[in-house]
Unconditional design. Structure first.
Length: 258
């Protein structure tokens, strides 16, 4: 049964298809059908302790850890819960994303939506690519706390080009790890076409930026339209008044009329 389940599930890292070297693409397929897709650029900012020059005091350094393109991945799709697990640099770093689909009552009745409900990031400070001379090196886990992110109506994909910062709390002396996400397009449920996202639901930041970009154009068009209407009204009024008989203001000229 386990072998049959493994055969029915496929996971693919399609990051090489992205023109952006910092952007990764992951696909989970079950029964030859795409059930989860995720595209994003991700980086972790992780504080860690090193000895000061006197070897008595501790100072805090910062590791900037990007998600590598050659990452391994696992995935799990469900009706109401889905997961994506990504590991890189020989599993020195592992990112787990947990998605939840649920419903809530609105004025229009019961409506379903999905969200990113939990994030777990495991990192190993013995790894020397990003951690230099860490004190008490070892594995640590940073997790989200009561997370409700990327909230999206059911049946749609989430899209956000703007950078988002999600704080994670580490068990390494309760340090705060930051996850930086950008160029995000994710859909963990209800994908109707293989390898194709459903209609996008844009994040509020993108919606605001789009409005800021289009508002000057809209105002310019309205202003231009007002000017054209004003000129047309003036031209029509001028033409009508020019065709009317002009009555002389000097009454002495009336004797020449008739």
């Amino acid at each position: 049964a386990a072998a049959r389940l493994a055969a029915e599930q496929e996971v693919e890292n399609l990051s090489g298809l992205s023109p952006n070297p910092e952007k990764d693409i992951f696909v989970v397929r079950e029964n030859r059908t795409t059930c989860l897709m995720a595209e994003f650029a991700a980086k972790f900012i992780v504080p860690y302790d090193v000895w000061a020059s006197n070897y008595v005091d501790l100072i805090t350094e910062q590791a900037d850890i990007p998600l590598s393109r050659g990452a391994e991945m696992k995935g799990k799709c469900g009706t109401n819960e889905s997961e994506l697990e990504i590991s890189w640099l020989e599993q020195a770093y592992t990112l787990k994303l947990f998605f939840l689909k649920e419903g809530h009552n609105t004025s229009r009745g019961q409506e379903a939506f999905w969200r990113l409900s939990r994030i777990q990031f495991t990192y190993d400070t013995t790894e020397r690519t990003y951690f230099k001379d860490a004190v008490s090196p070892g594995k640590h886990t940073a997790s989200s706390h009561r997370l409700s992110a990327l909230v999206t109506p059911a049946g749609k994909s989430y899209e956000c080009q703007a950078q988002q910062i999600i704080p994670l709390i580490s068990n390494d002396h309760q340090k705060s790890v930051q996850l930086l996400l950008s160029e995000v397009r994710i859909q963990p449920f209800d994908i109707t076409a293989d390898f194709v996202f459903s209609e996008e639901h844009k994040c509020p930041v993108d919606q605001r930026e789009q409005l800021e970009e289009t508002l000057p154009l809209i105002l310019g068009l309205i202003l231009g339209l007002v000017i054209v209407i004003t000129l047309c009204v003036y031209h029509i009024h001028h033409k009508l008044t020019a065709n009317q008989v002009q009555i002389p203001r000097d009454r002495s000229q009336y004797k020449h009329m008739g």
